[in-house]
Design a protein around this ligand. Structure first.
Ligand code: GDP
Ligand code: MG
Length: 643
């Protein structure tokens, strides 16, 4: 059951490699690479990826493999194929994600052509993993000997298993003093039913056993690709990125046939036609070999104008031979699941910022962007993200780059409104939430998105974590003791809306950092959610409204009015701050009018002047009042939202 769910969940990755160009390689070097590939039969191709929980050593192991096969020079911890860390730190991406290697296996006296695809283990980028799986015959399931099986290990296992990949269990970090190899092997056998005898023990750091045991296992256990050279050419579009010199670059897996530079191809999904300008392998940079054939994973430069024409999962075919070519099953398009509003702060121009925001989004194909207008904050944008991590990474990036220039609202998830007349509406903005009258008369049910969360943790934190999940409206579905040593796996159905509220941070803090989390969409469920609004002198500030479960409304409402009061300076008239849900006021705070003492400097005798001044003050008040809540400095909104 989980396996089928796993297939359903498919995401785009959200960063683009900036690939160094390899035309620097001497033509003779490229010729010899070409010759070497030509001499290797498809039976000697091995396409695989490494899957693991974050920090279990994927990138380090990739480095060792690239060194041992002579792709890169040995020495140092380079993480040549790593991107997520850099992405997190600097919001940029530096390296290609896939690499071709040549390996001469002395046992057989033969050359092998190996494609390694490194994958980020994080949940929001699961699509990355599944897409790379689609071009692989197998995967190394890497487990840190000092940590054992963790949440992403489990989730990635299900995905790989569901895609029929041959899995090689690998225990890493056996050089560590506190490595508990026996325990890790136990967990792998108990959790995944992969026999202990099949496990390979390595140290990616020192390289121990990588050459001796791991490379031979890759050759012996991972099956070669199954395509057919004589069939019409077809390729699966696995990934794409934008290169400022050559434009759109596609990473493709050649399923059948052969394709060459200059060939004309067409896309099954868009029907558009292209002529291949450049073609080759990632080694580790773009290395133009002029040809790719069945079973290989490589790149093509199609002279494509827009990145959005590169549909992940698309099939490329030879122009004119579409009728005889079977289109590949492809992938499901990912849908944004977390949304925020962004608005220019005081004094910033929408127009100028619009270009910036659009540019930022352009680099990240998986972000959706729409115009939006707010009563308090004016014209802005609505941004959609794949998941809560994706949203927070991007939001951090916006804040770092546009800090004071943008006001960013609280994240929200989509809600499904089901009407009595049978139609449905998906809303991604609290502003679209049906009002009480509509709810009473027309709405049959409101649903919110749920996920199945997998958590692993040491038993001593079980109580804390269960409490946290209950507090976040979770429903326990499974509890499994991974082995005798006290590692537990918990499964909960949780509302995605709760996850967005820094659930991961809270989980880490109640487990002293030991618990790990992974999750997967499981669809929409009926829910008693309402819209909570913040009112200022009676009018609702739309950009601050939030949809939440009715059980949370009271607590959040009280906190809101209290907090907002802190940021409002006293005005010349009374300001009433209220929280309202379902047409009912939940909480209220008042800021007393500040009576500017305009009379202070006057002598008591100067009565006419005194009267005049009082009248003037009254008019001033009237003027401010007529402007109403807009008098609030936008800094206040910004401070309120930055909690
Ligand atoms: P990834 O997130 O799975 O790509 O993990 P990394 O390759 O970035 O490794 C995470 C951390 O573990 C880094 O600090 C590595 O240096 C360290 N590491 C990886 N493999 C080993 C190993 O075999 N032994 C030891 N002691 N540390 C390792
Ligand atoms: Mg890594």
């Amino acid at each position: 059951m989980l396996a089928s769910q796993a297939i359903k969940r498919i995401f785009h990755r959200s960063w683009k490699p900036l690939v160094r160009f390899n035309h620097g390689k001497a033509p003779t070097a490229i010729e010899s690479i070409k010759k070497r590939i030509e001499d290797i039969p498809i039976e000697n191709y091995r396409n695989f990826s490494i899957v693991a929980h974050i920090d279990h050593g994927k990138s380090t192991l990739s480095d060792r493999l690239l060194e041992l096969t002579g792709v890169i020079q040995s020495g140092g911890n380079k993480q040549v194929l790593d991107r997520l860390e850099v992405e997190r730190e600097r919001g940029i991406t530096v390296k290609a994600q896939t690499c071709t290697m040549f390996y001469h296996d002395k046992r057989y006296g033969k050359d092998f052509l190996i494609h390694l695809v490194d994958t980020p283990g994080h949940v929001d980028f699961r699509g990355e993993v599944s897409r790379s799986y689609a071009s692989c015959g197998g995967a190394l399931l890497l487990v840190d000997a000092s940590q054992g099986v963790q949440a992403q290990t489990v989730a990635n296992f299900y995905l790989a298993y569901s895609m029929n990949l041959k899995l090689i269990p690998v225990i890493n970090k056996i050089d560590l003093d506190h490595a508990d190899i026996a325990q890790a092997e136990d967990q792998i056998e108990n959790t995944f039913e992969l026999p202990k005898e099949d496990t390979i023990r390595v140290s990616a750091k020192t390289g121990l056993n990588v050459k001796e045991d791991l490379l031979p296992a890759i050759i012996d256990r991972i099956p070669p690709p199954t395509g057919c050279l004589d069939k019409p050419f077809r390729a699966l579009l696995v990934d794409s990125w934008y290169d400022s010199y050559v434009g759109v670059v596609l990473l493709v897996h050649i399923v059948d046939g052969t394709v060459r530079k200059g060939d004309k191809v067409s896309s099954a999904q868009t029907g558009k036609k292209y002529e291949i300008k450049e073609i080759g392998i990632m080694f580790p940079d773009r290395t133009p070999t002029g040809i790719l054939s069945t079973g290989q994973v490589g790149y093509v430069v199609p002279g494509m104008k827009a990145s959005k024409d590169a549909k992940i999962g698309d099939t490329l075919m030879h122009l004119g031979r579409e009728q005889e070519t079977e289109v590949l099953p492809g992938f499901e398009e990912p849908k944004p699941m977390v949304f925020v509003g962004a608005f220019p702060s005081d004094g910033e121009e929408f127009k100028a910022l619009n270009d910036d925001v659009n540019r930022l989004v352009l680099n990240d194909r998986s972000v959706s962007l729409k115009r939006e207008t707010s009563n308090a904050l004016g014209q802005g944008w609505r941004l959609g993200f794949l998941g809560s991590l994706h949203a927070s990474v991007f939001r951090e990036r916006l804040e770092n780059e546009y800090g004071s220039k943008l006001i960013i609202t609280q994240p929200t998830v989509p809600y499904m409104i089901k009407y009595y007349d049978g139609h449905e509406r998906l809303i991604t903005n609290p502003d679209e939430f049906p009002d009480l009258a509509e709810r009473r008369n027309k709405v049959q049910a409101i649903q919110e998105p749920y996920v199945e969360a997998i958590m692993t943790l040491p038993q001593e934190y079980l109580g804390n974590v269960i409490k946290l999940c209950d507090h976040n409206r979770g429903q326990q579905t499974e509890i499994t003791y991974l082995n005798m040593t006290g590692q537990v796996m918990l499964k909960y159905d949780l509302p995605l809306g709760q996850l967005v509220e820094d659930f991961f941070g809270k989980l880490k803090s109640v487990s002293r950092g030991y618990a790990s989390l992974d999750y997967e969409d499981i669809g929409y469920r009926d829910s008693d959610v309402v819209k909570l609004e913040l009112l200022i002198n009676g009018s609702s500030v739309d950009a601050l409204a939030q949809v939440m479960h009715s059980s949370q409304v009271e607590r959040v409402g009280r906190a809101w009015v209290k907090k907002f009061k802190e940021y409002i300076k006293a005005q010349l008239f009374e300001v009433v701050i209220q929280a309202r849900a379902n047409s009912k006021i939940i909480a209220r705070e008042t800021i007393k009018a500040k009576r500017k003492d305009v009379l202070q400097k006057l002598h008591a005798s100067d009565i006419s002047r005194r009267k005049k001044l009082l009248v003037k003050q009254k008019e001033g008040k009237k003027h401010l009042k007529s402007v109403g809540n807009v008098q609030i400095n936008q800094d206040a909104y910004q401070a309120f939202l930055r909690r």
